[in-house]
Write a protein that binds this ligand. Structure first.
Ligand SMILES: Cc1cc2nc3c(=O)[nH]c(=O)nc-3n(C[C@H](O)[C@H](O)[C@H](O)COP(=O)(O)OP(=O)(O)OC[C@H]3O[C@@H](n4cnc5c(N)ncnc54)[C@H](O)[C@@H]3O)c2cc1C
Length: 377
């Protein structure tokens, strides 16, 4: 565990962070180290499960290690290979240059939370932020069942969709996507992330800590409506892919019921509204197919924390301009490309074609990975 020395300088700046996912927790740790007085508001209580494929690109390793978290110490798997199957079971295999690791969000988020708490970050858990108002150069964040929080900055790292998004343009547009996650025990490769396509969606499977695997899929709500229930959909639609049939018939499913979320939107979002700074999925979400949302959440938090440390004595507009520029430089194109890749999968003919094309030109896979991933930071 990394010894951490609290900064000596006077804590004259206060930050409220709404949302304690990977973006919020990374920000909390880095800003606290930078001498800010940080309070995180998280509506749930750690540890808890989230819908997520739980494959994390090694891009994040240098920063996680600086934070004091070595994933391999906690049983994370090391992933160096990728396989993509088409709905009929045609398969493309490749090795991953940078690779990644598998670790449950239950575990990873808890580790980050414990680290932040040890270093002096304050947490308000089980409380929901309902409203944020900027006035007289300060923010007032109202919470349910708690007094208001006053701070110099608010960072909203509230994830892909939240009550705080009600006024944002993307919120009123219905999104057809649904995410489902299980932890399973199965006889599967330990160093591989596999993406299996099926009519109307795709499913990722990856080894995580202990002897468990994460199985997580994204599909359209229409698929569920047609099938009538998750169980019927898994039996009659997902299991037409022979790899998924093997998982659904042979694996031991650990939860009584899966984690499920709906209304997953990949829409373009604003980065700053009324001086509230958005970070992680609340600023924009990459298609899960690219397997890089967590790295983007952590990286965007690092960028914002560095800029806040640099510009907190400058006019607010200086910080906001620098954040917009840095975020767009690093992520805008990746998210755009991710939206195009997302369109290729979930349709039988297109995903059969995509897998055949990858087999004919394996370098295409490298290009896709390069365009949707960044470098270690
Ligand atoms: C199906 C699916 C599979 C995925 N698979 C992968 C993968 O394999 N690899 C990968 O890298 N990425 C994956 N992702 C993406 C990844 O999960 C996200 O990009 C990442 O979790 C974003 O982190 P975040 O901190 O921005 O948001 P989150 O982790 O969602 O955290 C937001 C937090 O805010 C809290 N919150 C929300 N509103 C409020 C409020 N009003 N008050 C208080 N708290 C609030 C929530 O409870 C939550 O804890 C996947 C996503 C989906 C949907």
């Amino acid at each position: 565990m990394q010894a951490f020395k609290q900064p000596q300088k006077k804590r004259d700046k206060t930050v409220t962070i709404v949302g304690g996912g990977l973006a919020g927790l990374t920000l909390a740790i880095l800003l606290n180290r930078g001498g800010f007085d940080v309070t995180v508001v998280e509506k749930k209580v750690y540890p808890f499960h989230r819908v997520c494929g739980e494959y994390i690109s090694n891009e994040v390793l240098p920063l996680l290690i600086k934070i004091g978290i070595h994933p391999s110490d906690y049983g994370a798997s090391s992933i160096q290979k990728l396989a993509v199957s088409s709905p009929s079971g045609r398969i493309f295999r490749t090795t991953l240059d940078l690779g990644g690791f598998g670790l449950s969000r239950f575990h990873l988020d808890q580790l980050m939370f414990e680290q932040a708490k040890r270093e002096g970050v304050q947490f308000l858990l089980g409380l929901k932020a309902n409203n944020i108002v900027f006035s007289d150069n300060n923010f007032t964040t109202s919470l349910s069942n708690h007094s208001d929080l006053i701070s110099s900055y608010v960072i909203s790292a509230h994830g892909k969709r939240s009550n705080l998004d009600k006024h944002r343009a993307f919120f009123s547009k219905r999104s057809p996507y649904l995410g489902v996650k299980y932890h399973i025990k199965a006889d599967l490769p330990r160093d591989l992330i596999q993406l299996d396509n099926f009519e109307g969606g795709y499913c990722g499977t990856v080894k995580i800590e202990q002897d468990k695997y994460c199985l997580c899929y994204l599909t359209k709500t229409d698929n569920l409506k047609r099938a009538g229930s998750l169980e019927e959909m898994e039996k009659n639609i997902l299991s037409r892919n022979p790899f998924l049939k093997h998982c659904f018939t042979e694996a031991e499913f650990i939860y009584d019921k899966p984690e499920v979320i709906n209304e997953i939107s990949f829409a373009v979002k604003s980065l700053i509204e009324d001086h509230v700074l958005f970070c992680g999925d609340s600023a924009g979400m990459i298609s899960p197919l690219c397997g890089n949302g967590m790295a983007i959440a952590i990286h965007s938090a690092k960028i914002l924390a560095d800029l806040l440390c640099k510009y907190h004595l400058s006019p607010r507009s200086r910080l906001e301009q620098a954040y917009k520029q840095a975020w767009n430089n690093e992520f805008r194109r990746r998210l755009q490309f991710g939206r195009q890749v997302q369109k290729l999968f979930g349709k039988n003919i297109l995903s059969e074609f995509a897998v055949s094309t990858l087999n004919i030109s394996p370098s295409l896979a490298e290009i896709i990975i390069k365009k949707t991933h960044g470098r270690p930071f």
